[in-house]
Design a protein around this ligand. Structure first.
Ligand code: FAD
Ligand code: NAG
Ligand code: NAG
Length: 612
């Protein structure tokens, strides 16, 4: 065995060193533009030249979003003035957050002279009412600061995404969540009880007004998950809970009963989630429950993927990954796929005990304060605006400027009642193409989290399981990815066979095809939008496409399916010149994916497994 693997390892290592060297030679001299989603080449003169992207430096369609004006309001009055100026000039407007973590083209006004309003400096706490447990914050406050400041007052935001480098405005606009179907569930917007939002107005009202929406205003069901199309959110009021502690324990098991467990685990544990490594046939069940604050313990969670890493190391590991993905073999990829899960386990999945030592989840559970466990973003500490990241500095795994790790993240939720059948189908696909799942394992597999049905018009209609998969993205358009057909089949299966809802802040274009038809209350949402912003200043090409108002989020053209912009219906949507043809899925035969194979026959395993 070892003798067989050595040459492969050696081959990988040399390939990787050569790439690293080439990279260093070609990039060391380059001056990198400043980080953050807004980049301006000139700020003086009558017309600044600015672009807006997301934190990854590229939207799924890889287009460049130009804007004609960027403003950085520091108060609500300045926010009103910024909206009024755009409306008076009849320009499209979008709110852009400090780092813009969403993948889709949400933040682009979609018009060359559109206006970007940054919430970078709308980042203050406004008011805390400890006795009523209410906290009001400006919309650009980061989740990290919000959770920390609430804790300082003995209060807890009961649920949140696991990554805290987000802003409250962005989190609620996209329906972001943690994991729970207890109480009101895991979506942050369920805890919103008031908002102040700046909307366009007639000239007689000064072109912009502040609307105050309180807890029993039905408009709140539109404003909570708004995709940013109702106006600029100025402030958000959240209903918090007294600080509590959590007890966390990871249970490692094989995956023979994953199908039965997926629908019930969230009912057993308030913060339960499930991490499934399909190729390794292993499951890590998170037993995570609220416990009394008097219980001893000060454990913490510093999620490994969100820790800072030295840029040089990141570049090296990216080069290795590029090599593996684009030139490596299944054997090499499957070998490499053990690194991340093993590292996670060695480091206690990021948890540390009271004394800072790595937590071991073999014995008793770890106990700690909720705010030290719910989310983390320690890599953000080094990503200050205008400070230049360089090769010797450290940063988050992704850094568009240094071209470290680029990835996609697909996230979709499937109704609890359908989740077991979906998981069973994924297991069948795994049995058909085991090697493809090595790559899924290498990025910590499928994360399953629970989200509760919501009254928000663009929230979940039913109690659901949210599935999350992270995977490699090339910096080159149309570059084939190993086993991309399997990833695409899983996504099409989730969205089309099981009626899955794509996360508004994740996914590639094709996932949003016909998405509004899955939201029974979208009509009510559009009514509020038409009342708040009748001329659609806050609407963009993208928001009109996903809301079914105009056009489609799908982009057809040569190679579109290689980039997730379409589902292929013709070989030209794949890359026939590179050997990729449009083929049915292996388990979900209605899927259409770009598979490597000969033009006539289809992929080797294709047909024998259709009714496995
Ligand atoms: C590493 C990482 C981990 C993640 N983990 C999770 C997770 O655990 N759970 C989860 O659900 N999601 C997760 N996400 C996705 C993330 O929650 C969403 O992408 C989130 O919406 C991004 O927030 P943001 O502040 O960056 O907003 P942006 O992406 O910048 O903005 C999103 C939308 O909101 C609008 N918007 C923002 N602020 C305002 C405002 N004040 N007024 C009007 N419109 C506004 C913007 O215009 C845009 O349309 C993760 C993302 C990353 C990068
Ligand atoms: C940009 O916006 C500011 C205020 O929001 C306004 O004063 C300025 O004239 C605008 N510039 C352009 C080029 O539109
Ligand atoms: C999976 O684990 C259970 C015990 O948790 C055991 O009974 C079963 O045999 C295991 N299955 C496989 C395939 O290893």
């Amino acid at each position: 065995m070892i003798r067989r693997l050595l040459p492969i390892l050696f081959q990988s290592l040399t390939g990787f060193l050569v790439i690293l060297l080439l990279w260093l030679v070609s990039h060391l001299a380059v001056t990198h533009p400043p980080p953050g989603p807004i980049v301006c080449t000139t700020t003086d003169g009558p017309k600044p030249q600015c672009t807006v992207t997301n934190t990854y430096g590229a939207f799924p369609d890889r287009t460049i979003c130009h804007v004609g004006n960027v403003t950085y309001p520091r108060t609500e009055d300045e926010l009103v003035a910024a909206v009024a100026a755009a409306v008076a000039a009849r320009r499209k407007v979008k709110v852009v957050t400090r780092y813009s973590n969403s993948f889709p083209k949400l933040a682009c006004p979609g018009e060359v002279d559109g206006t970007a309003i940054s919430t970078r400096w709308l980042n203050r706490m406004v008011h805390v009412d400890v006795s009523r447990r209410l906290m009001t914050v400006e919309s650009g406050v980061s989740l990290h600061d919000l959770v920390r400041d609430a804790a300082a007052h003995g209060l807890a935001l009961p649920h949140s995404p696991y990554w805290s480098g987000l802003t409250i405005g962005g989190v609620i606009a996209t329906g972001a969540h943690g994991s729970s179907i207890w109480g009101k569930g895991s979506a942050v917007h369920e805890y919103v009880v008031g908002m102040r939002i700046v909307t366009p107005a007639p000239a007689s009202d000064g072109f912009a007004v502040v609307r105050e929406i309180d807890a029993d205003d039905p408009d709140l069901d539109a404003a909570k998950v708004s995709l940013g199309v109702l106006g600029a959110v100025s402030q958000v009021t959240l209903a918090l809970e007294p600080m509590f502690k959590r007890s966390v324990h990871f249970v490692r098991r094989n995956d023979s009963d994953i199908v039965e467990n997926v629908a019930v685990w969230g009912g057993i544990h308030e913060f339960g989630d499930i991490m499934w490594l399909p190729r390794q046939r292993r499951v890590v069940y998170r037993e995570d429950d609220r416990v009394d604050v008097s219980l001893p313990g000060d454990g913490r969670n510093d999620i490994i993927g969100f820790r800072p890493a030295a840029s040089l190391l990141l570049l090296a590991s990216r080069a290795a990954e590029e090599w593996l993905e684009e030139r490596g073999s299944d054997v090499a990829r499957c070998l490499a796929s053990h690194i991340m899960p093993a590292t996670q386990e060695r480091l206690g999945f990021g948890f540390t005990n009271d004394d800072g030592s790595v937590a071991e989840f073999t014995g008793s559970p770890l106990v700690g304060y909720h705010h030290n466990i719910q989310s983390s973003a320690s890599c953000m500490g080094t990503l200050h605006e205008n400070s230049r990241s360089h090769l010797l500095s450290s940063s988050c795994m992704w850094n568009a400027r240094l071209r470290t790790h680029a990835f996609y993240n697909s996230g979709y939720s499937i109704a609890l009642s359908c989740a077991p059948a979906f998981v069973a189908d994924v297991a069948r696909l795994r049995d058909a193409v085991p090697a493809a799942f090595c790559q899924i394992d290498s990025k910590m597999g499928l994360l399953m989290r629970y989200v509760k049905a919501s009254s928000a018009y663009l929230g979940k209609a039913e109690d659901s399981v949210d599935f999350d998969v992270t995977y490699y993205r090339s910096y080159t358009r149309g570059m084939p990815r190993a086993h991309a057909d399997v990833y695409d089949e899983i996504e099409q299966m989730a969205l089309r066979k099981y009626g899955g809802l794509p996360h508004w802040g994740k996914n590639r274009n094709f996932a949003f095809d016909g998405v509004v038809d899955k939201y029974p209350n979208v009509g009510d949402f559009i009514k509020v939008k038409d009342r708040f912003d009748p001329d659609g200043f806050f609407s963009s090409e993208w928001s009109d496409q996903v809301l079914g108002i105009r056009g489609s989020p799908v982009i057809f053209g040569d190679g579109c399916a290689m980039e997730g912009l379409c589902v292929c219906s013709d070989d030209s949507h794949c890359a026939p010149e590179k050997g990729y043809f449009c083929r049915p899925g292996k388990v979900f035969t209605e899927a259409r994916v770009c598979s490597l194979g000969d033009a006539a026959g289809g992929s080797r395993v294709g047909n024998d497994l259709t009714d496995a």
